[in-house]
Design a protein around this ligand. Structure first.
Ligand SMILES: [Zn+2]
Length: 284
C-alpha cells in the first residue's frame, strides 16, 4: 500500500494518529502527502477520502492562507527551538475555523536537540484537535523518543514520479493539438506506471496554481524555478480536476487510450483559452 493509501484509509476509518513521520521518497512527495492530509482533515465535503478542492477550507489551503495550517521550515540549516515554541503557542489556541489544527514540520531531521526536546512535550500531549506531520528524508537523525511518538510512514520512489509527470506537464502546456495527440499521448500511454506519472502531472499543475495565487515559492512542492507559462487559476483548477478524474477512471479500469484522449482534449481546451503570458504571477 502506498503512503497515500495508508493515510487515506486511516482518515476514512477515523483512525488517524495525532502525529505522523513521513520519511523517504522526495521532498515534494513528502510535502504532497502532508498537504493532502492537512487539506482532507479540514475539507467540508470530503469525497471518498480526497479533498473536494472547492470548499472554503480547500481553497484557503490551495491559496496558502488557511489560518489553522502551519508549515515550519528549517531556518538556515536547522529547525530551531524558537520555531517550535512559537508553534506550540499557536497550537494552544482554539482552531480559528472550528476544524482541526495541522502543523507540518519540514526538515524534521534538522531539528536541534533543544528543539526536539521541546517538541516532545507536544507529541506526548498534543492539544485537542491538533495533528502534527513531521517530514524527514531519513528517520535516523531523529531522536528515538520523537520517532516512538509518531506513526512512521515510508514513501518510495517519489522523485522519479514527480519528475516524469512534471516533464509531461511542461510539454503539454506548450504543445499544439497535433503534437499532443500524435507524440505526447502515445508516449504517455506506454508509461509503465501511468497513475504515478499522472499524479506527478497533477502536482505540477497544483504548483502552478499555488504560484499564481500566492507568488510564494516556499509553498511549491517542487522548489526552484517558478513554473511558467501561466494559465488563469480557474483553468488550472479545471486541468487539475481533469487529471484527477482520469486517475479515478483508470482506477476503475477504464480503457487507457480513451481515458487519455478525453483528458488530452479537455486539457487542450483549457490551454488554448486565454493564457496569461509573462514572468509575473497575476494578482490573486
Ligand atoms: Zn474541500
Amino acid at each position: 500500500m502506498t503512503a497515500h493509501q495508508q493515510l487515506k484509509q486511516a482518515l476514512l476509518a477515523g483512525k488517524l494518529a495525532h502525529a505522523y513521520l513521513l520519511v523517504g521518497g522526495s521532498e515534494e512527495g513528502r510535502r504532497a502527502e502532508a498537504i493532502y492530509l492537512a487539506t482532507a482533515l479540514n475539507c467540508r465535503y470530503l469525497q471518498g477520502g480526497e479533498p473536494c478542492g472547492s470548499c472554503h477550507s480547500c481553497r484557503q489551503m490551495a491559496g496558502g492562507n488557511h489560518p489553522d495550517f502551519y508549515l515550519l521550515e528549517p531556518r538556515g540549516t536547522n529547525l530551531k527551538i524558537a520555531q517550535i515554541r512559537e508553534l506550540e503557542a499557536r497550537l494552544a489556541l482554539q482552531a480559528f475555523q472550528g476544524g482541526v489544527k495541522v502543523a507540518v514540520l519540514a526538515g524534521a531531521d534538522t531539528m536541534t536537540e533543544a528543539a526536539a526536546n521541546c517538541l516532545l512535550k507536544t507529541l506526548e500531549e498534543p492539544p485537542e484537535g491538533t495533528y502534527l506531520i513531521l517530514l524527514a528524508a531519513q528517520p535516523d537523525p531523529l531522536l528515538p523518543t520523537i520517532r516512538s511518538r509518531c506513526q512512521e510512514i515510508h514513501l518510495e520512489g517519489a522523485m522519479a514520479i514527480s519528475q516524469a509527470g512534471t516533464g509531461y506537464w511542461a510539454r503539454l502546456v506548450a504543445a499544439d493539438l497535433p503534437v499532443i495527440m500524435e507524440e505526447i499521448l502515445p508516449e504517455l500511454e506506454k508509461e509503465a506506471d501511468l497513475p504515478a506519472v499522472l499524479t506527478g502531472m497533477a502536482l505540477a499543475c497544483r504548483d502552478q496554481l499555488v504560484w499564481q495565487l500566492t507568488g510564494s515559492a516556499t509553498l511549491l512542492l517542487k522548489p526552484g524555478e517558478p513554473p511558467t507559462p501561466f494559465l488563469a487559476p480557474s483553468r488550472l483548477w479545471a486541468c487539475f480536476w481533469t487529471i484527477q478524474d482520469t486517475l479515478a477512471a483508470l482506477e476503475h479500469n477504464a480503457n487507457h487510450r480513451l481515458a487519455l484522449e478525453v483528458m488530452m482534449f479537455k486539457l487542450y481546451t483549457q490551454f488554448s483559452g486565454e493564457a496569461i503570458h509573462g514572468g509575473e504571477p497575476s494578482p490573486a
